[in-house]
Design a protein around this ligand. Structure first.
Ligand code: NAD
Length: 257
């Protein structure tokens, strides 16, 4: 028996085999979870489908989280196929490349709205659509970063989006707790992924981890995945509204970020 045996859920945010969502999915599978996956567009479907199928998934659906109707269709389909689900993983973020490069004061109104919409509001829309089919004891998990709390050079509008995301976690947790549904976030250390490639000087963030994180390194997708198993399984049945660092302890260091 695995920690996730008998549990079903959906993973938003696999782009390729470097994605944090993929690290999470592999760990969940190892613990016996059954999963559906979503992909953003046709180009990514080519990568996501074989990965999902390699974990035995047969439910692989399109979803642009900027569109409420896409999100609603995903949960309507899951309701049709499975009736109820036990967990949702939200590992989705986006900001314009220039907004991660230019000074923060130069962020355009449209760029600000886009980053907040895709990276923060989508959690609210997703949770709302999931609520009718989430079992009591269900769990929603999202991914954040230290830039929500501290100024991290070049993280800019994404830091503001992550701050909104973390506040949304707390408001959703407070609301859904009565129904026995938990909402949490993992604030991960820097990991080389497609999304990370849009952040200027990402290499220097990895170097800081090697020099200053208590564990003297950054973390891996699998390590985030192992903490995700905790939040999505009954191990964390008493935990909600938490922003949990999986960053080798970097956040405790004075001047970190
Ligand atoms: P990734 O590029 O593998 O994943 C980002 C995902 O967001 C992709 O699958 C992409 O398709 C999806 N996405 C973007 N716009 C979308 C839209 N409109 N609709 C649906 N999906 C959309 O990169 P990742 O680093 O694995 O990112 C996953 C999460 O982890 C993000 O929230 C990211 O901010 C967070 N995170 C990453 C790091 C890091 O260093 N890589 C650190 C902390 C937190």
């Amino acid at each position: 028996m695995g920690l996730m045996t008998g549990k079903r859920g959906v993973i938003f945010g696999v782009a390729n085999d470097m994605s944090i969502a993929w690290g999470i999915a592999q760990q969940l599978k190892e613990q016996g979870a059954e999963m559906a996956f979503t992909y953003l567009n046709e180009a990514l479907e080519k990568r996501v489908r074989p990965l999902a199928e390699s974990l035995g998934s047969t439910v692989i659906l399109p979803c642009d989280v900027a569109r409420d109707e896409d999100i609603e269709e995903v949960f309507a389909e899951l309701g049709k196929r499975w009736g109820k689900i036990d967990f949702v993983v939200h590992a989705v973020a986006f900001a314009n490349r220039e907004d991660l490069k230019n000074p923060f004061s130069q962020t355009s109104r449209a760029g600000f709205q886009l980053a907040l919409d895709i990276s923060a509001y989508s959690l609210v829309a997703m949770t709302r659509s999931a609520m009718p089919i989430l079992n009591k004891g269900g769990s929603v998990l999202t991914l954040s970063y230290l830039g929500a709390e501290r100024v991290v050079p070049s993280y800019n509008v994404m830091g503001v989006a992550k701050a909104a995301l973390e506040a949304s976690v707390r408001y959703l947790a407070a609301e859904l707790g009565e129904q026995g549904i938990r909402v949490n976030a993992i604030s991960a250390g820097p990991i080389r992924t497609l999304a990370a490639s849009g952040i200027a000087n990402f290499k220097s963030k990895l170097k800081l981890m090697d020099d200053f994180a208590p564990l003297r390194r950054t973390v891996t997708q699998d390590e985030v995945g192992k903490s995700a198993v905790y939040f999505l399984s009954d191990l964390a049945s008493g935990v909600t509204g938490e922003i949990h660092y999986v960053d080798g302890g970097f956040n405790i260091i004075v001047g970190a970020g």
